[in-house]
Design a binder for this molecule. Structure first.
Ligand code: XMP
Length: 319
């Protein structure tokens, strides 16, 4: 019988049998899959689990703090948080091409993760949030957009000194099953039902060159948009919503003064499979409120636009 409770029982037993007394390392990303693996392994093997959370500086508003609050403080999971913002920003300096940015972020992510994991000299296993659709996808062609940590380690890119076995408890599950298990394991539902977030993070939502100043502005704008969607009960009605930073300046007026600041685009889509998508027809009053809040509350942004492009021909992300 498929109930989340039964599946959890079954999976924890299998994990215990697989790893025995050994130690396991897991890369937590803040996403649903790795979070559920974290909660599951904590239940199965407790202190034998160490998580590594790489803060790339390209995450959403307070995302790192939330991961630490949920796992470390609340659940008592051992989590190593690596502040790698400066390294990522440095590596991205002067880089404007989207695919080049993806390659740099992906490569550096694996490098930083491996450095940390390599310090855990007693780790024998690497846990991953691979789910059934990932298994199918990597059997076919690689799109280059798959989660880098998964694809990297799956193809055996681990350093020679670190011969870790793989623990992939979610390999046979679909996303909705993973979510149900996450809820059953006690993860907050805002985490379990969060919109997808691309591996390269804000790196592909800041058009062109990535700078800290831009990332900070974008985080604030994105947070306002998401907060208002939740307030109006619209968050769960759209499949994915986010803000995009446009590094162009536009004139505005505020009080007696003239502003000449950056532009933000809001994107919200409805989709089943993310292969095609319709732009969400959000209420004008709602968009009006979000736009006013962003421009009034964030010095540095003088204009907000709403993206009315479907996929195809446009993609969901801007880069
Ligand atoms: P596009 O922009 O291709 O996005 O219409 C479709 C879905 O994929 C996500 N996406 C990514 N996910 N790494 C990821 O892990 C990436 O490089 C990447 N690019 C796009 C996007 O957020 C959407 O959900």
């Amino acid at each position: 019988l498929w109930t989340p409770g039964n599946i959890i029982e079954d999976m924890t037993a299998r994990v215990r049998q697989q790893v025995g007394e050994d130690h396991v390392v897991l890369g937590l990303s803040g996403g649903v899959d790795s979070s559920v693996v974290g909660a599951l392994l904590h239940k199965a093997i407790g202190d034998q689990l160490t998580c590594v959370f790489v803060d790339t500086g390209l995450l959403r508003h307070q995302e790192g703090d939330q991961v630490m609050a949920t796992f470390a403080r609340h659940m008592g999971v051992r989590v190593i948080r690596v502040d790698a913002e400066e390294r990522f920003l440095k590596a991205l300096e002067g880089v404007t091409d989207p695919e080049e940015k993806r390659r740099i972020i992906g490569r550096l992510f694996v490098e930083v993760f491996d450095e940390e994991a390599g310090r855990l000299t007693n780790a024998r296993w690497l846990a991953q949030g691979t789910i059934y659709p990932d298994v199918i996808e990597s059997a076919g062609s690689s799109t280059g957009k798959a989660h880098v940590i998964k694809s990297h380690h799956n193809v055996g890119g681990l350093p020679e000194t670190m011969k870790l076995g793989l623990v992939e408890p979610l390999r046979e599950l679909f996303k909705d099953e993973v979510r149900r298990i996450g809820v059953e394991l006690g993860l907050p539902s805002e985490m379990v039902y969060r919109h997808p977030f691309p591996g390269p993070g804000l790196g592909v939502r800041i058009l062109g060159e990535v700078k800290k100043e831009y990332a900070d502005l974008l985080r604030r704008a994105d947070h306002i948009f998401i907060e208002e969607l939740r307030r109006d009960g619209l968050y769960d009605q759209v499949s994915q919503a986010f803000a995009v930073f446009l590094p162009v300046r536009s004139v505005g007026v505020m009080g007696d003064g003239r502003r000449y600041d950056f532009v933000v685009a809001l994107r919200a889509v409805e989709t089943i499979d993310f292969m095609t998508a319709r732009w969400a027809h959000l209420p004008y009053e709602f968009l009006d409120r979000v736009s006013r809040r962003i421009i009034n509350e964030i010095p540095g942004i003088s204009r907000v636009t709403y993206d009315i492009s479907g996929k195809p021909p446009a993609t969901i992300e801007w880069e």
